[in-house]
Design a protein around this ligand. Structure first.
Ligand code: AMP
Ligand code: MG
Length: 359
């Protein structure tokens, strides 16, 4: 193995920034994966922690490193749509249509699984989650390794997802073999998850590909537990086991203030004042339009209210910075915005200990 790469507590940091470097880094990463090891790699959404999806022992190593509950299944990343047939069967034509339209891209499809997929990958479910990521390094790694990669987000279970190689090392240095550093992830929130195990198909997690985009390509309606129109009784079959866990959460308790206009501003101010009066050091996350609202000791501007893409890209990094600053409580200004804004609010609601002012 090339020794010019730094080791961080025993984890290789494979830098892929410069020409010539990239090829060697990919080769080293592929060799580790072929030997049953774990490599974190960038995707367009967040960093994934990959391993050979067809090797149950390797997959066990992912659950161990992340301390992920065994009943929370993993997404399998593929180099191309053609590979899906090796892992899934009876793929509905509608799923193929979506895959052709949105792959490579931030859309995960849940399909009936083949026997070749080890039960540990799917937490014993009869379905498998697959996607082709739209990130050149991820695709090159998938092709070089020649394997389908089971890859959940490369964070400790329950922590905010990692959007840089540094975030990965904060959580996993010493417990994984390597991280492939490809710089920050462009989207910043996890993929949209759509299950074809329900009819009509069910949106289980909002992401970069929105409900409206899916319905337009499908030419049909989608159901969603979040929208309250989920028709299927899913007490017997959990739609996405991951949904029941508190996700994406920083260490400090997070308070989300929803609503809009002056009413939202008043609620935000009242909350900040009362937490501060209790002697708590608060971290305030606001949009550029309200940065003067309260003199919090730690203040981070997410983006403009009109720029949900930047809000998504910065969200997890800002939550990690709040923890690094040692705040006692995090107060976040919510917004309602189309597209990625919905995914950002979904993550914040799951991270929050309390949501204030939801209409
Ligand atoms: P993560 O990889 O950590 O971003 O999480 C993947 C999400 O997809 C979790 O919420 C999982 O519960 C969900 N998921 C993965 N595989 C399946 C499956 N076969 N059926 C339902 N949900 C799944
Ligand atoms: Mg995750």
């Amino acid at each position: 193995m090339d020794l010019k790469w730094p080791l961080v507590k025993g984890t290789l940091l494979l830098r892929a920034g410069e020409d010539g470097e990239e090829k060697k880094a990919l080769q080293a990463a592929a060799e580790i994966l072929q030997a049953g090891g774990r490599v974190a790699f960038p995707t367009e959404t967040v960093y994934g922690l990959g391993t050979n999806a067809l090797d149950p022992e390797a997959v066990r190593g992912i659950f161990r490193a992340k301390r992920r509950p065994a009943d929370n299944p993993l997404i399998v990343h593929l180099a191309a749509l053609e590979q899906a047939g090796e892992l899934a069967q009876n793929i509905p034509p509608a799923a193929v249509r979506l895959a052709k339209h949105f792959w490579p891209g931030p859309l995960t499809l849940i399909l009936p699984k083949r026997g070749a997929v080890p039960g540990i990958v799917t937490a014993g479910l009869p379905s498998v989650a697959v996607r082709v990521p739209a990130h050149s390094l991820a695709l090159k790694l998938l092709r070089t390794a020649g394997l389908p990669l089971a890859a959940p987000s490369a964070n400790l279970s329950g922590h905010p997802s990692p959007t840089t190689a540094e975030h990965v090392l904060e959580d996993l240095a010493g417990s994984i073999e390597a991280v492939l550093d490809g710089g920050p992830c462009p989207i910043g929130v996890e993929s949209t998850v759509l299950s074809f195990m329900f009819s009509p198909p069910a949106l289980l997690r909002p992401g970069g590909v929105t409900l409206e985009m899916l319905e337009e390509v499908l030419g049909a309606k989608i159901q969603s537990p979040d929208l309250g129109n989920f028709k299927t009784d899913y007490t017997a079959t959990p739609p996405a086991p991951g949904m029941k866990y508190r996700h994406y959460a920083p260490r400090a308790p997070l308070f989300l203030v929803e609503g809009a206009g002056p009413a939202q501003g008043r609620r935000l101010l009242a909350l900040c004042t009362s937490l501060t009066a209790r002697g708590l050091k608060i971290g305030l996350v606001v949009f550029a339009e309200s940065q003067g609202i309260f003199p919090a000791p730690v203040l981070k501007v997410l983006s403009s209210r009109r720029d949900p893409a930047t809000a998504a890209a910065r969200l997890y990094g800002v939550l990690r910075e709040m923890d690094a600053a040692g705040v006692d409580a995090i107060v976040v200004e919510g917004f309602e915005a189309a597209g990625l804004g919905g995914a950002v609010m979904n993550r914040l609601r799951k991270a929050a200990v309390q949501v204030i002012g939801a209409e």
